[in-house]
Design a protein around this ligand. Structure first.
Ligand code: URA
Ligand code: SF4
Length: 206
């Protein structure tokens, strides 16, 4: 099974969001609180795609509202992009984690899970019709471009997906949070902002 078995005939965002609540396209729903579907401007010219919801997102039901979301907010602001005018989602819609004491530790979704969840991303792109999809991190890029992507090599470049989407791969905000020391984090943050800053020039509709 994949998410394709749960995508409804009505492809409006609201119908998709409702149907995604009951998705059983892979096993990740079993240990997650809820489906975290995409959020934002219904006809955004820019779509941002992350990996999967984190601990905070799983509880709140919204994408990028935890620590990675705060870093993303700062980066978008520095790049002159209004978050309110974007649509933000994830390659995988359920939080994958393992217990570590009282904490729930993020686990990377498998390729099978990314592929199983991709029909939701396809449906979101078809509904929103963004001009550019920014894929943050290897998992997002894998799903958005439909093939493995080496983010270090292809970041900031324009890549076409099989569907003809214009995708710009970049790093994931969480990778910046994991940087070893503050100066390293600053360098990585600046590089992330540089990738994002090049995006508005690709947008015609704005
Ligand atoms: N990391 C992600 O990839 N997505 C979120 O929504 C939060 C953290
Ligand atoms: Fe469905 Fe995706 Fe959740 Fe798997 S991760 S159950 S495919 S919404």
């Amino acid at each position: 099974m994949t998410a394709a078995d749960f995508v409804p005939p009505d492809r409006s965002l609201e119908a998709l969001r409702g149907a995604a609540c009951d998705c059983r396209g892979c096993s990740l729903w079993e240990h997650a609180t809820q489906t975290v579907f995409g959020e934002g401007a219904a006809h955004a010219s820019l779509m941002l795609v992350g990996e999967q919801p984190g601990d905070v997102e799983d509880k709140e039901g919204e994408p990028f509202v935890g620590p990675a979301g705060r870093l993303l907010d700062r980066a978008l602001e520095a790049a002159g992009i209004d978050r309110e005018q974007t649509y933000i989602t994830n390659a995988v819609k359920h939080f994958k984690w393992r217990p570590a004491g009282k904490r729930r530790l993020h686990q990377k979704p498998s390729t099978t899970e990314v592929v199983a969840c991709r029909p939701w991303l396809v449906a979101e792109v078809e509904a929103v019709q963004p001009e550019v999809v920014v894929a943050m991190g290897a998992t997002a890029a894998r799903s958005a471009v439909g093939r493995p992507v080496k983010v270090t090599q292809e970041r900031g470049q324009v890549v076409q997906s099989p569907e003809g989407w214009t995708v710009v791969p970049t790093v994931h905000p969480s990778s910046i949070l994991r940087a070893d020391d503050p100066s390293d984090r600053e360098v990585q943050f600046d590089a992330f902002v540089r990738d994002l800053s090049a995006v508005p020039a690709l947008l015609v509709r704005r």
